[in-house]
Design a protein around this ligand. Structure first.
Ligand code: ADP
Ligand code: MG
Length: 292
């Protein structure tokens, strides 16, 4: 049966907006040594904005944005929303797209008047930009923006920089976790330069350029790392990270999340505050001290 200290900790957690699925889950959270975080929407606000457009000969800002936004209407990925919103802000009329599809962890593609266009991460789309475009992409990433290319028939015709900012409470929450002797690690599909910059700003480790299945492998590797052996938690917003929430010893969804996240996670911080992850650890440790 569930110890009384755990039952009362569960009740207290619920009162402050922390829904924990069961006593066993609550107990385990206090033993976590490593906490992995999804970047977009979890460590960041998840509302990127178009920050800059790299034009090329023959393609002006509005022409590029029109093509990119038309493609991005097929997905609700946060980056896609930013591009579509930017086109709406400029009152651009979008052409009809045929055969539109998302390329998971890479971007989107579709046809306009029979010609194939793509928008997304250059390396993931199989291109290696050089010269001026490569320099522009690198500079944007150093600034912390996610830089994506626009391809026509596999050739780069322009690029976009999309900027998402860290949640205002992220730095303090990660500092608290470090003080509790928990190692926070960012897991992201974004470019190394972007991840490195944000991880340094927030005071955490990072693993970048991960495909969705790489995130699952990264969780196993963290769990098996002898330097920090112990349960691994995954914190995500539930948008395309449900598999990782499930694979981790403890999955914590932040925000209202989707039904899938609620199903996959062991705990949900309904008030959408990173600080509640810290509160959860503290509640669990207090209950554990009573039991042991
Ligand atoms: P994250 O780990 O931050 O959730 P994803 O795995 O969804 O990132 O995507 C990884 C990378 O692929 C993004 O940083 C971006 O470069 C590119 N990408 C994915 N989806 C899109 C899209 N709809 N439009 C443009 N680029 C995209
Ligand atoms: Mg994500």
């Amino acid at each position: 049966s569930t110890p009384a200290a755990v039952t009362s900790a569960l009740a207290r957690a619920t009162r402050i907006g922390l829904l924990v699925k069961g006593g066993a889950g609550l107990e385990l959270i206090g033993a976590v040594r490593t906490m992995a975080f999804d970047k977009t929407g979890t460590l960041t606000e998840g509302k990127p904005k178009l920050a800059a457009i790299k034009t090329t000969d023959g393609y002006g800002e509005n022409g590029l944005l029109t093509i990119a936004a038309a493609l991005e209407t097929v997905t609700s990925h946060p980056l896609a929303r930013a591009v579509v919103q930017a086109a709406e802000n400029r009152n651009l009329e979008l052409p009809v797209i045929d055969n539109a599809r998302t390329i998971a962890g890479a971007g989107v593609e579709g046809k306009i008047d029979g010609v194939i266009y793509q928008v997304g991460a250059a390396t993931r789309l199989g291109v290696t930009p050089d010269g001026e475009i490569a320099d522009w992409l690198a500079a944007q990433e150093e600034e912390g923006s996610t830089a994506v290319v626009i391809l026509k028939d596999g050739m780069v015709i322009g690029a976009l920089a999309l900027r998402d900012v860290a949640r205002p409470d992220a730095k303090a929450a990660l500092a608290d976790l470090n003080r509790l002797n928990i190692t926070p690690v960012m897991l992201t599909g974004d470019a190394t330069r972007v991840a490195r910059r944000m991880a340094a700003e927030l005071g955490m480790d990072y693993r970048a350029e991960l495909m969705p299945e790489d995130k699952l492998n990264a969780l196993s590797a963290l769990r098996d790392d002898p330097k920090r052996s112990g349960p691994v938690a995954m914190v995500g917003d539930g948008i395309n990270d449900a598999p990782a929430l499930k694979v981790a010893d403890v999955g914590i969804a932040i925000g209202g999340g989707t039904d899938i996240a609620l199903e996959a996670a062991d705990a949900v911080a309904v008030k959408d505050r990173l600080g509640d992850v810290v509160n959860l650890v503290k509640l669990s440790r207090a209950a554990r001290r009573v039991i042991r």
